[in-house]
Design a protein around this ligand. Structure first.
Ligand code: ASP
Length: 424
């Protein structure tokens, strides 16, 4: 059976079992031993342990993978003048698609009006937290110590360091030959580790989702039905219109094939709610299923997992409009522009880990003078929506990688066309 199928079955099984456990635990008269077995032994014991080990193993690969493959990618591009152009195009595309994403979100939220008539009673106990300033985000990109950057998993700093190292390596051709082949072997080893982990993933995903759906509260889902619907709608629209549109009209590739090829990365993103933890899988998917050259993928994807979060930006757009409507505050045109700008920056500053998008939302709210306590209104359903938006975040990164690869002539059409589901 193909890996994608096994992952899908694991997800479905985890979802069903989680919901069954959740319903069982909701029964007051459930015998104590059975409750103990489900709650302590299975969910918080076995499943939580397996799930956490799975996430840890994914994260384990991120830093070495990004470092090795980015050094290698930059070095093999050599003193290619296209590097600067490629970087410029990548960042521009990331920013533009994010702006489009928030605009779509704001338009949909002002038509559907999910926040009108909300009960504000729950909104008083959220304490806003500090989001970093733009200046700080920029300064923080530059490492003072590569080891610290790697120890802390600071992706932007690792990217800067690896780019420099790769560039230097490309300039000392003969003397750097040994170092280059060492990076090449390391890359093969780490890619193999990713493959081993991907083959074990169905178990990890099953455990993660069972635990999550057992502990999730579903009450909020019905109350916030309109918010959830608007957000999910915009996420799907963005995926189908913007991503598939660019793939079809700019890359001249089949969008259905693109979605099918990118599926493993999206499923991992959904299960982990973390673009950063999904990165090893995104990289592998881009190279082995989408046909993007390593030198492009290894630059575009780690950067994307850190600064490009269209799904998160969509959530922030819908949530801002929702909170404004709930509080009966009218947003002006200038406010809308402000939301687009700050949410774009917020998505740059958002780390690719679960739930951070919600913290950054307080920065957007403050910017347009909305009450930060409004975040409490949507916190109950955020975990579930985080999974959806992270899938879109990762699909966006993969789309840009494909587009850049294609436009720079570093793309293998045969891999893209011939990918079958057994190939990961
Ligand atoms: N979980 C998201 C990601 O990793 C970030 C967020 O929106 O909270 O891409």
């Amino acid at each position: 059976m193909s890996l994608t199928k096994r992952i899908l079955i694991a997800m479905l099984a985890g979802l069903v079992l989680g919901i069954v456990f959740n319903l069982l635990l909701g029964i007051e008269s459930l015998p104590a031993p059975l409750r103990g077995l489900i709650e302590n032994v299975l969910v918080m014991g076995l499943f939580d342990t397996v799930g956490q080990i799975f996430i840890a193993s994914l994260k384990l690969l991120v830093v070495p993978l990004v470092f090795v493959s980015l050094v290698l990618g930059t070095a093999s591009l050599g003193s290619n003048k296209r590097m600067g152009v490629m970087a410029g195009k990548t960042i521009a595309l990331y920013m533009v698609t994010t702006c489009v994403a928030i605009s779509l979100a704001l338009i949909a939220a002002s038509i559907i009006k999910p926040g009108v008539g909300m009960d504000l009673a729950t909104a008083s106990n959220f304490m806003g937290s500090d989001a970093p300033s733009l200046k700080q985000v920029i300064i923080n990109m530059f490492p003072t110590n590569p080891v610290t950057a790697m120890a802390e998993g600071n992706m932007l700093q690792i990217i800067v360091f690896s780019l420099l190292m790769g560039l230097a390596l490309s300039q000392i051709s003969e003397a750097g030959k040994n170092a280059y082949s060492m990076f090449e072997s390391m890359d093969a080893v780490i890619m193999r580790m990713v493959l081993i982990l991907m083959n074990l993933a169905p178990y990890g995903i099953f455990a993660l989702l069972t635990k999550l759906f057992t502990t999730l509260g579903y009450g909020a889902l019905a109350d916030l039905g309109k918010y959830v619907f608007t957000l999910a709608l915009v996420l799907v629209l963005h995926l189908l219109l913007v991503y598939c549109g660019l793939i079809k009209f700019v890359c001249k590739l089949n969008p259905i094939k693109f979605l099918s090829n990118v599926r493993p990365a999206m499923l991992f993103a959904f299960s982990t709610a973390s673009s950063s933890a999904t990165l090893p899988v995104t990289l592998r998917t881009a190279e082995k299923r989408l046909g993007v050259d390593n030198s492009v993928a290894s630059f575009v994807l780690p950067l994307g997992a850190t600064i490009n979060m269209d799904g998160t930006a969509i959530m922030q757009g819908v949530a801002t409009a929702f909170i404004a409507q709930a509080y009966g505050i009218d947003l002006t045109f200038t406010d809308y522009i402000m939301v687009i700008l700050t949410a774009t920056l917020a998505s740059v500053g958002t780390a690719g880990v679960p739930g951070v998008g919600l913290i950054m939302l307080s920065m957007v709210l403050t910017q347009v003078g909305l009450p930060v306590e409004g975040v409490a209104l949507i916190i109950g359903v955020d975990r579930l929506l985080d999974m959806l938006r992270t899938s879109v975040n990762v699909a966006g990164d993969s789309m840009v990688a494909t587009l850049i690869g294609k436009s720079e002539g570093m793309f293998d059409n045969d891999i893209f066309e011939e990918t079958s589901d057994t190939q990961v």
